[in-house]
Design a protein around this ligand. Sequence first.
Ligand SMILES: C[S@@+](CC[C@H](N)C(=O)[O-])C[C@H]1O[C@@H](n2cnc3c(N)ncnc32)[C@H](O)[C@@H]1O
Ligand code: SF4
Length: 378
Amino acid sequence: MRGQVRGCPSPIRTVCPWPYCRKRCSYCNFNKYVVPTVDEVAVRACLVQEARTLLRLSQVQSVTSVFFGGGTPSLASPRTIAAVLEAVAGAAHLPVGAEVTLEANPSSISPARLAGFREAGINRSAILLPLQSLDDAELRLLGREHTAAEARGAVEAARRLFPGRTSIDLLFGLPGQSQDAWARGLAAALGLCDDHISLYQLTLERGTALAAQVWGGTLPAPPQDLLADMYQTARAMLVAAGFRHYEVSNFARKGALSTHNLSYWRAEQYIGVGPGAHGRFVPRGEGGCSREARVQTLEPDAWMREVRSQGHGTRRRVVLSPLEQLEELLALGLRTDEGVTHERWGHFSPQLSLQAVFGEPGEAQDLQQQGWLLLDSG
Ligand SMILES: C[S@@+](CC[C@H](N)C(=O)[O-])C[C@H]1O[C@@H](n2cnc3c(N)ncnc32)[C@H](O)[C@@H]1O
Ligand code: SF4
């Protein structure tokens, strides 16, 4: 692939994981730690320091969204959330309308804590509630700490405080789950939800208790055809309820799309602050001129030592080649209903157009003839 490839211009997004959980869910292999106590003052100071350092390195003027993800950021105190937001707003412009999202586990939010998070700055934002299911037996299988009734209460409380800005996560394809049970669960969730739903097929992750049970034969593996039917059923039910299927796993109505997540799929720049966070940006503050993939140190204590000694805990940084950047742009953009626009492609590949790459005879044109790929003026 020839042609010069550039990183996207600013603004930038910020993602900030809180790596601690109270308990391990049986299906999850995220970077998370279950520890007796967390020195929150120390973690907070390091998050603030790293956010300042990385924003300085990126040299962007404006931050358009902030996402506090998991582990379980709703276990952090509102003070920590406020401190990170202040650090971001001190280092770059954080507009009043910026999307500021907190992923909140239903077992660690009371209406009072939710109000505290709103006070801290989550007020212009979204609350994301991983319910997974509204069935107590399914929640037990997943090792979730909360019951279905607690999940319902959490959504109702979040909707009162963040009307139109509350999203729920649902999981399908659980071992033993039937098509009927899934459709009933989804109908119940539709009666409860706000205007955004993320729908994830359960991935059996190596090293998790659930995967061991399925692979060991104690629990049934869901058949592929059933999984496909569940997805199609969900898509039909959500579209009938007025949702736009705007990304493979995401549905929104009344325009309540997650602009933060859209920025990943559009291959925009983002910095990752905190243990295990991922980022993609051009480190202009260090004289960089190419987009880099960066990953912060996974283990929280090691990460804190690095932040204290060098201002950030970046463990791995890789300059993305022009081809890698275009591959990411395509793989992510084709997850969305807007696809990859000519304009966006042009940011990364000013000399070689989409038409030049996909309009020629070959595999891509075969896919267009079979109806799998569409190349149009948009
Ligand atoms: C890591 S959780 C963070 C939120 C919070 N810790 C909680 O679980 O309530 C974020 C989302 O990742 C998804 N997730 C985690 N492990 C998954 C898996 N093995 N398969 C599919 N989705 C998964 C879940 O749907 C969850 O809603
Ligand atoms: S699903 Fe959420 S609460 Fe459960 S272990 Fe993973 S990050 Fe922690």
